[in-house]
Design a protein around this ligand. Structure first.
Ligand code: FAD
Length: 523
């Protein structure tokens, strides 16, 4: 332990000269006395893995990495930084590190590798409860992956209410953003489905918070980009899990017909009908790539030539994706099919371009995993990912289509990754959280999920910049999801009317500005 501590201190000293003003070395005596010293790692492997993320574009070295064996280790680290280090060093929780712009990094600070906690937790870090008033709920560790939460709950015929498309993300990581997917229009983002959390604040206090108790902290942390504390436990909504899913994709050549149908499906009227669907997403299919991609291989090969022939005519095809859950017995399967049949009559997709699948619920939720494994086996998963994710108001979606999809994207002709487009309802989001969304009742998410080569990510980054600049000039009030900005002014603009409370909450819960420096908001 002594040797590790000396290594750690010498590394901090060696980086101190080059470091930013808030970084310092840790006073040796105090550090020797802390009980987590053995869990501090400064070896090249630990440093390297904490210096990268899914984006694989920004790389920033921490001075050390904590592999916590308990919540107490994290508490001790933050308490130590807050009380005994002058000036304090920065600390970042690192979940699965599936951020794309260094958000989970801590240059010259300490990264807390949350995933390490998983080997110390029992029952997958998931405990299930039933309350007479609020039904089922589960307590899950902030370090847990959503796939493990699913595995633990499904054994009891239960599952979380709100999802992301991809499940190998941590609970703490998605709650620090929002956690969205095709279910969001109906059930809200994941941050709308949390009852309570345990959070270690930047003051080194372990606080239980909810909408009723310590509510300022509760709402600050949800969508709070890791700025106010480290989530160690979240109490989340769960419900009886459907068994199977009718999963359908329909193609459109007309963007306004496509968005009109999406908006109908997520509208109050659309949701009230007995044939309401549980999931609505959408994507662009373009002549730059095949209709099937890593994220979703859906269309049978026999359909590919027909779909490709649509590209020749239209260059961009819009794909509406819906899912309807059902509970397995023949009656519900039959009625789900009948209800869908009724609903098709209300939609304006191109006749003959509808593909249906009937899959198990877990298979549906875990649908992105196969693509990941395939790319991993081809060495194509750990490439740069110059992603751009946006929220934009419904009133601008048509201008966005003509200015971005049909102009910038087609002209540049470089899009190779999936491009997602789907709407959601603002009333399913709680405005008291830190998450920032457009000011209209219906808004869209658009995600450009590019993969690039190591030497050409800049081309995608340039396209992203051109898209943002187009929106700015056209007066389209976009908000970035997983935001990445370089200046404080951009952050202030991003938060808009929420900036003041965001800043005040920072002063309250992390006054020394130690947490999540990789977001580059206060550091
Ligand atoms: P990290 O990248 O490790 O951390 C993100 C931020 O949260 C950092 O600031 C970090 O410091 C902070 N943080 C991490 N853990 C904690 C904690 N316990 N307490 C407090 N702060 C913490 N998002 C969606 O909403 N829907 C999707 O469908 C979706 N699909 C994705 C698919 C892929 C392949 C990828 C790469 C990303 C996807 N995302 C999606 C984005 C993803 O939700 C965010 O990048 C999320 O932050 C990733 O979680 P993580 O565990 O990797 O967090």
């Amino acid at each position: 332990a002594y040797f590790i501590v000396i290594l750690f201190i010498s590394r901090l000293i060696s980086t101190a000269g080059k470091s930013k003003p808030w970084t310092t070395f840790l006073p040796p005596k105090l550090f020797l006395n802390v009980d987590f010293a053995e869990r501090i790692h400064t070896d090249p492997l630990a440093i390297k893995s904490a210096s990268t993320d899914y984006g694989n574009i920004i790389h920033q070295k921490p001075a050390a990495v904590l592999y916590p064996s308990s919540v107490q280790d994290i508490l001790s680290l933050i308490t130590y930084a807050y009380n005994f280090s002058t000036p304090p060093f920065t600390i970042s929780a690192r979940g699965r590190s599936h951020s794309v712009s260094g958000q989970a990094m801590a240059p010259n600070g300490v990264v807390v590798d949350m995933m390490r906690l998983r080997s110390y937790t029992e029952k997958n870090g998931v405990e299930i409860f039933k309350s007479p008033s609020s039904g089922f709920y589960a307590d899950v560790g902030g370090e847990q992956l959503w796939i493990d939460v699913l595995k633990a709950t499904i054994e009891h015929g239960l599952a979380p209410t709100s999802w992301t498309d991809y499940l190998y993300l941590t609970v703490g990581g998605t709650l620090s953003n929002a956690g969205i997917s095709g279910q969001t229009f109906r059930y809200g983002p994941q941050i709308s489905n949390v009852y309570e959390m345990d959070v270690i604040t930047g003051r080194g206090e372990l606080v239980t918070c909810s909408a009723q108790k310590n509510s300022e902290l509760f709402f600050a942390v949800l969508g709070g980009l890791g700025q106010f504390g480290i989530i160690t436990r979240a109490r989340i909504a769960i419900e009886p899990a459907p068994k199977r899913v009718k999963w359908v994709r329909m193609l459109y050549s007309d963007f306004s017909a496509f968005t009109k149908d999406q908006e109908h499906l997520i509208s109050k009227n659309g949701r009230k009908q007995s044939n309401a669907v549980d999931y609505v997403e959408g994507s662009l299919l373009m002549d730059q790539g095949p209709p099937n991609n890593w994220r979703s291989s859906f269309f049978p090969s026999s359909d590919i030539p027909r779909i490709m022939s649509l590209f020749i005519q239209h260059r961009i095809i819009y794909c509406l994706e819906i899912a309807k859950y059902y509970y397995d017995d023949a009656t519900t399967q039959h009625s789900a099919a009948k209800e869908l049949e009724q609903m098709y009559g209300e939609l304006s997709f191109i006749a003959g371009f509808k593909t249906e699948k009937d899959v198990g619920y877990v298979e549906f939720l875990d649908r992105v995993r196969n693509g990941e494994l395939k790319l991993q086996s081809e060495g194509l998963w750990e490439v740069p990912h110059p992603w751009l994710n946006l929220f934009l108001p419904k009133s601008s979606i048509s201008d966005f289509n003509s200015g971005v999809f049909r102009d910038i994207v087609l002209k540049r002709n470089i899009t190779t990754g999936p491009v997602l487009v789907y709407p959601m309802n603002r009333n399913k989001w709680d405005d008291r959280t830190s998450a920032v969304i457009p000011d209209e009742e219906v808004f869209y998410t658009v995600g450009f999920l590019h993969s690039s080569g190591f030497d050409d990510w800049q081309r995608y980054d340039d396209q992203n910049k051109e898209i943002l600049s187009f929106c700015d000039k056209a007066g389209i009030k976009v908000k970035q999801y997983f935001p990445y900005y370089k200046t404080k002014e951009e952050w202030i603009k991003h938060f808009g009317s929420k900036w003041r409370s965001f800043r005040e909450r920072k002063a309250l819960f992390d006054p020394k500005m130690m947490l999540s420096p990789g977001q580059r908001i206060f550091n």
